[in-house]
Design a protein around this ligand. Structure first.
Ligand code: ADP
Ligand code: MG
Length: 254
């Protein structure tokens, strides 16, 4: 990483559930144009941190900004419109809508509490036509175009992961946050997902992803942030993390 140019900057981000401090991040930066991995044991707070930063959960304390805009207290769909989108550890495709309808709903911002309002809007304005074209291009890119009129519920687990990624790109984001995109996916599809992730980075989209497979992490990450018990315990390039004793003890267990 050359000159620091953070697209995302956070400080003092905290969230507790009852007596449990799930997230207590003093400082976090994600550099523009990188693939940054967020790693750590189960329960470390990775998904909670994603939820907080993207407006899907409320912090107890903390500030963060994205592309120079403060995001504290900004709701999920508005965060998405600012260009920061995320996928969920458990995919959220709407199983009883078609693949295309899933894509079009995402164009309104992230699927969330406003989705039914969005769904009821008149469908065939110029903007909607542009959205359909964009959706078709993305479905083609993710090899889902043949499935456009099928129910999302009929897709395989791996195809749903691809749909989740394609859908998140509908708003033309400058950063995408992927929560365990490779979990439970067959090896061939892992390779395809890795190709999509590096291609996005090469197009200038910043990627922050949660992953457990160390070969995958070491193979594609420009930077690695290690979370344990809600705190950042280390960060660095893959070589540094691999040789960091504290990280190996806390996480790699090797
Ligand atoms: P990770 O994604 O790193 O596995 P999570 O962010 O899912 O970890 O969880 C961090 C901790 O916060 C865990 O101990 C988890 O049980 C707890 N937690 C997460 N969400 C909630 C919630 N909504 N209510 C209570 N506890 C939660
Ligand atoms: Mg998680």
């Amino acid at each position: 990483v050359a000159k620091p140019d953070p697209i995302l900057k956070a400080s003092g981000v905290r969230r507790s559930f009852g007596g449990l401090t799930a997230v207590d991040v003093q400082h976090l930066e994600v550099q523009r144009g990188t693939i940054t991995a967020l790693i750590g044991p189960n329960g470390a707070g990775k998904s909670t941190l994603f939820n907080l930063l993207t407006g899907f959960d409320r912090v107890d304390a903390g500030q963060w900004s994205f592309n120079g805009h403060r995001l504290n207290g900004v709701s999920g769909h508005k965060v998405a419109r600012r260009g920061m989108v995320r996928t969920f550890q458990l995919t959220k495709a709407l199983t009883r809508l078609t693949v295309m309808d899933n894509m079009l709903l995402a164009a309104q911002g992230q699927v969330g509490e406003r989705m039914w309002g969005a769904f009821l809007r008149p469908l065939w304005g110029a903007r909607e036509r542009a959205n359909v074209q964009r959706a078709e291009a993305l479905l083609e890119r993710f090899k889902l175009l043949a499935k456009r009129d099928e129910m999302a519920g009929s897709l395989s687990g791996g195809q749903r992961k691809l749909l989740e990624m394609a859908r998140s790109l509908m708003v033309n984001p400058s950063m995408i946050m992927l929560d365990e995109p490779m979990a439970g996916v067959n090896p061939a599809l892992v390779q395809s997902l890795l190709g999509h992730i590096t291609a996005l980075r090469d197009e200038g989209v910043t990627v922050l992803f949660v992953e457990h497979d160390m070969d995958v992490i070491m193979g594609i990450s420009d930077w690695i942030v290690v979370l344990a018990q809600g705190k950042v315990i280390a960060e660095g390039c893959p070589e540094d993390i691999r040789s960091n004793r504290e990280v190996i003890d806390a996480y790699l267990g090797a």
